[in-house]
Design a protein around this ligand. Structure first.
Ligand SMILES: CC(C)(COP(=O)(O)OP(=O)(O)OC[C@H]1O[C@@H](n2cnc3c(N)ncnc32)[C@H](O)[C@@H]1OP(=O)(O)O)[C@@H](O)C(=O)NCCC(=O)NCCSC(=O)/C=C/CC(=O)O
Ligand SMILES: Cc1cc2nc3c(=O)[nH]c(=O)nc-3n(C[C@H](O)[C@H](O)[C@H](O)COP(=O)(O)OP(=O)(O)OC[C@H]3O[C@@H](n4cnc5c(N)ncnc54)[C@H](O)[C@@H]3O)c2cc1C
Length: 613
C-alpha cells in the first residue's frame, strides 16, 4: 500500500502547535487503552492474512490506518476508502449492494467478529465496539444483542436468570433483540397493547398481540437475525393489569431458525438508513412461555399468580436509560468521524482564489470553511467530554441503585434524556454541515458521510424520541424549580437554580474569562427553566388542568431541557480541559477550542443570551 500522504495534508499536520499523541491518549482513556485499541486490529490483521480475501484484508488494513492515523481523535471512513482504493479488484462496498446483499455481507462480517472477540477473549465493551466497528461499518445486525438484550438480562433478571441466560448470549448460543415498540406505540409505553396473561393452572404466560397496532414493530434484528427477544408486554394476572414487564420469549427454532408456533415475524422493509440492520415486526398468537421466563429481579409473579410489585415501577425502564448513555457517547464520536473526513478533504481540496491571480487555495483557508469545520471539531470534543462527565455521574448513581438506593434515579433519567436529545440533534446538524462543506464529493457515498448521517440520525428517534425525552427531563427540572421557589434543598446537579447570578467580569475588549462563560450558560439555563415554570404556572392560573398547562408550556419546557444540557456540556468541556494535566500548548489550544464552542453557542442562541443580558 505505502501511499504517500498528500503534501497539503502533510504540511497542515506539520504546523500543529501541539503533540497529537497527548490528545489521542486523553480521548481514548490513556496510553494503555490506546495501545490496545491499535494493537487489536493489527494483531488480527497479521494473523488473518491467510483467512480472509484480499479485499477483506485491504478493508482491515484501512481499518489499521484508522488507528495509526488517529489524529485529534479523528478516524477515516474505512468502507468507502476501501471501495475507492480497491475498485479494480472488484471489491464492492455495501454501498453498491442490494439491501439483501448488504445485510448478508454485514452478517458475514459480524459473525466473523463475534468469533474473533470470543477467541481473543475481549472483555472490555469499548474494545469490543472498536473491534467490531472496523470489520462491520454501518449498522451491525447484532447491535441489539450486544447491548440492550444483554443489558436487559443483567438489569432486570434475577441472579438465577442471569446465570442461565447470559452465557447463552455471551457465546451466541442465542441471538437476541429488545422488542418493546409496537406499530401503534413507541413513546407512550402505557399504551402498549401486547399482553402476557398468567395461566395459574399451567404456571405459564400466554403472550398475545390482540390487534394490528399491537404488533411489535421496529426492533432491530427481529426481521431475520434474532431467535430470542426480551419482550415488553402488559402483565395480566388474576384479572388485573400490572403494567409493563419484560419476558424472555423464544422466537425462532435454534437449529432451523424457523419461526416457532404462534409466531409471525419478518422484516419491515427499506428505511432511510440503517440498511444492514433487519428491523422487524412480530405478531404473537397466544404463545405460551413458562412463568420462569418473566424477568423477575424487581417485580414477580408467584406460582399462584400473585403479583409482587417492584419497589419502584420505573426500574423496568433501566435498559433504556443505559442505552441512552451509549447513544450520548456515540453521537460525539460520529461527529468526530464526519468532521475528520471534511477537514482532511478541506486540506487537500484546492478551489478558487483568495487573491486574484494568486492561484487556487486549500478551501481550508476560507474563513467560512474554517467556521463550518472548527465549530464542529469543537462540538465533537464537547460532546465526547461531556459524555465522559455524564458517565461518571451515571456510574456513581448506578452503583447506589444496585445497592437499592434509588434517590438519584430521577436525576439520572433527566440527565440521560436531555443529553441524548441534545447530543443527537447537535450531531445530526453537525454531520450534515460537514457533508455540505465537502461540496459535491460530500454527497458521494464514497465520502462516508452520508451513511454516518443516515445511520446515526435515527438516534434522534429511537431510545425515546428527542422532544419526548426533553419533556421527560423538563419534569425533573420543573420539580427542582418548584422546590427552589420554596427555598427547599435541591439535588447537587440543579443547585445552580438557586445560586446562579450574572456577575460577569469580562468586558467586550478583553479576552473572555472562562468562568464567565460557564456563569453565562448557567444563568441562561436557570432563566429558561424559570420561564418555563412561570409559563406552566400561568397556564394553571388561567384555569387549565396540570396536563393542559403542561402542554401549554411544552415548547418552553423543551427549551429548558436543551439549555440545561448545553450548560452541562460547556461546564464539562471547560472544567475537564483545565484539569486534564495537558502540557501548556495543548491546554492553550483546547481552551481556545472550548471558547470557540461556547461563543459559537451564544451566537446560535443569541436570543436567550441577549434576553438574560
Ligand atoms: C416517555 C415515557 C417516559 C413516558 O412514560 P409514561 O408511562 O407516560 O409516564 P410518565 O411520563 O408519567 O413518567 C412516569 C414517571 O416515570 C419516570 N420515568 C420515565 N422513564 C424513566 C426512566 N427511563 N428512568 C427513570 N424514571 C423514568 C418519569 O420521570 C415519571 O416520574 P415523575 O416522578 O416525573 O412522575 C415513556 O413512555 C418512554 O420512556 N418512552 C420512550 C420509549 C423508548 O425509549 N423506547 C425505546 C425502545 S428501544 C429502542 O428504540 C432501541 C433502539 C436501538 C437501536 O436500534 O440501536
Ligand atoms: C432505526 C430505529 C431502530 C429502532 N430500534 C428499536 C428496537 O430495537 N426496539 C424497540 O423496541 N424499538 C425500536 N425503535 C422504535 C423507537 O424506539 C421508536 O420509534 C421511538 O420510541 C419513537 O416512538 P414512535 O415511533 O411511536 O414516535 P411517536 O412517539 O409517535 O413520535 C411522533 C411525533 O409525536 C411526538 N410526540 C409523541 N408523544 C409526545 C408527547 N408526549 N409530547 C409531545 N410530543 C409527542 C414526537 O415528538 C414526534 O414528533 C427503533 C426506531 C428506529 C427509527
Amino acid at each position: 500500500m505505502g501511499k504517500s500522504v498528500n503534501p497539503d495534508l502533510a504540511k497542515a499536520r506539520s504546523q500543529a502547535t501541539f503533540d497529537p499523541a497527548n490528545l489521542t491518549n486523553y480521548l481514548y482513556g490513556g496510553p494503555e487503552k490506546l495501545r490496545r485499541k491499535r494493537y487489536l486490529p493489527a494483531f488480527v490483521f497479521k494473523e488473518l492474512c491467510t483467512e480472509m480475501s484480499l479485499t477483506d484484508l485491504c478493508l482491515i488494513f484501512l481499518g489499521l490506518l484508522t488507528h495509526v492515523s488517529d489524529y485529534l481523535g479523528l478516524t477515516l471512513s474505512i468502507e468507502n476508502m476501501a471501495a475507492k482504493e480497491y475498485k479494480e479488484e472488484g471489491f464492492k462496498s455495501t454501498d453498491d449492494m442490494s439491501r439483501e446483499e448488504a445485510y448478508e455481507e454485514s452478517m458475514r462480517r459480524a459473525v466473523y467478529t463475534n468469533k474473533r472477540v470470543l477467541q481473543l477473549n475481549l472483555q472490555d465493551q469499548e474494545e469490543q465496539y472498536y473491534f467490531r466497528e472496523i470489520f462491520v461499518p454501518g449498522a451491525n445486525p447484532f447491535a441489539l444483542h450486544y447491548v440492550m438484550f444483554k443489558d436487559a438480562i443483567n438489569t432486570q433478571g434475577t441472579e438465577d436468570q442471569i446465570q442461565k441466560w447470559l452465557p447463552l448470549a455471551e457465546t451466541y448460543a442465542v441471538t437476541g433483540t429488545y422488542a418493546q415498540t409496537e406499530l401503534g406505540h413507541g413513546t407512550f409505553l402505557r399504551g402498549l397493547e401486547t399482553t402476557a396473561e398468567y395461566d395459574v393452572q399451567r404456571e405459564e404466560f400466554i403472550l398475545n398481540t390482540p390487534t394490528i397496532t399491537s404488533s411489535k414493530f421496529w426492533p432491530g434484528a427481529l426481521g431475520k437475525t434474532a431467535n430470542v427477544a426480551i419482550l415488553n408486554a402488559k402483565l395480566i394476572t388474576k384479572g388485573r393489569n400490572c403494567g409493563m414487564q419484560s419476558f424472555w420469549v423464544p422466537l425462532r427454532h435454534l437449529e432451523t431458525h424457523q419461526p416457532l408456533p404462534g409466531i409471525t415475524v419478518g422484516d419491515i422493509g427499506p428505511k432511510f438508513g440503517y440498511h444492514t440492520s433487519d428491523n422487524g415486526f412480530l405478531q404473537l398468537n397466544r404463545v405460551r412461555i413458562p412463568r420462569e421466563n418473566m424477568l423477575m429481579r424487581y417485580s414477580k409473579v408467584l406460582q399462584d399468580g400473585t403479583f409482587v410489585p417492584p419497589e419502584n415501577d420505573r426500574l423496568v425502564y433501566v435498559p433504556m436509560t443505559q442505552f441512552r448513555f451509549v447513544v450520548i457517547g456515540r453521537s460525539g464520536w460520529t461527529l468526530a468521524k464526519a468532521v475528520t473526513v471534511a477537514t482532511r478533504y478541506s486540506a487537500v481540496r484546492r478551489q478558487s482564489e483568495i487573491t486574484p491571480g494568486g492561484g487556487e487555495v486549500q478551501i481550508l483557508d476560507f474563513q467560512t470553511q474554517q467556521h463550518k469545520l472548527f465549530t464542529q471539531i469543537a462540538s465533537a470534543y464537547a460532546m465526547i467530554i461531556a459524555a465522559k462527565a455524564a458517565k461518571d455521574l451515571y456510574d456513581s448513581a448506578f452503583s447506589k441503585m444496585e445497592k437499592g438506593n434509588l434517590e438519584d434515579l430521577p436525576m439520572l433519567h433527566a440527565l440521560t434524556s436531555s443529553m441524548k436529545a441534545f447530543n443527537t440533534w447537535e450531531m445530526a446538524t453537525g454531520v450534515e454541515q460537514c457533508r455540505m462543506a465537502c461540496g459535491g464529493h460530500g454527497y458521494l457515498l464514497a465520502s462516508g458521510i452520508p451513511q454516518m448521517y443516515t445511520d446515526m440520525v435515527s438516534a434522534c428517534t429511537y431510545e425515546g424520541e428527542n422532544t419526548v425525552m426533553c419533556l421527560q427531563a423538563a419534569r425533573f427540572l420543573n420539580k427542582c424549580q418548584e422546590a427552589a421557589n420554596k427555598g427547599e434543598r435541591l439535588p447537587q446537579l440543579t443547585r445552580f437554580l438557586q445560586t446562579s447570578r450574572l456577575n460577569i467580569s469580562s468586558s467586550l475588549d478583553q479576552d473572555v474569562d472562562l468562568n464567565d462563560i460557564i456563569a453565562a450558560y448557567e444563568f441562561r439555563a436557570a432563566t429558561v427553566i424559570s420561564e418555563a415554570n412561570a409559563r406552566l404556572n400561568a397556564g394553571l392560573a388561567m384555569g387549565k388542568s396540570q396536563s393542559e398547562a403542561w402542554n401549554y408550556a411544552s415548547q418552553l419546557l423543551v427549551k429548558a431541557a436543551l439549555a440545561f444540557s448545553h450548560w452541562f456540556t460547556v461546564r464539562a468541556l471547560i472544567e475537564n480541559m483545565r484539569g486534564a494535566g495537558f502540557d501548556n500548548s495543548t491546554e492553550t489550544l483546547l481552551l481556545q477550542l472550548a471558547k470557540l464552542y461556547a461563543l459559537d453557542g451564544m451566537l446560535r442562541y443569541s436570543g436567550d443570551f441577549r434576553k438574560v443580558g
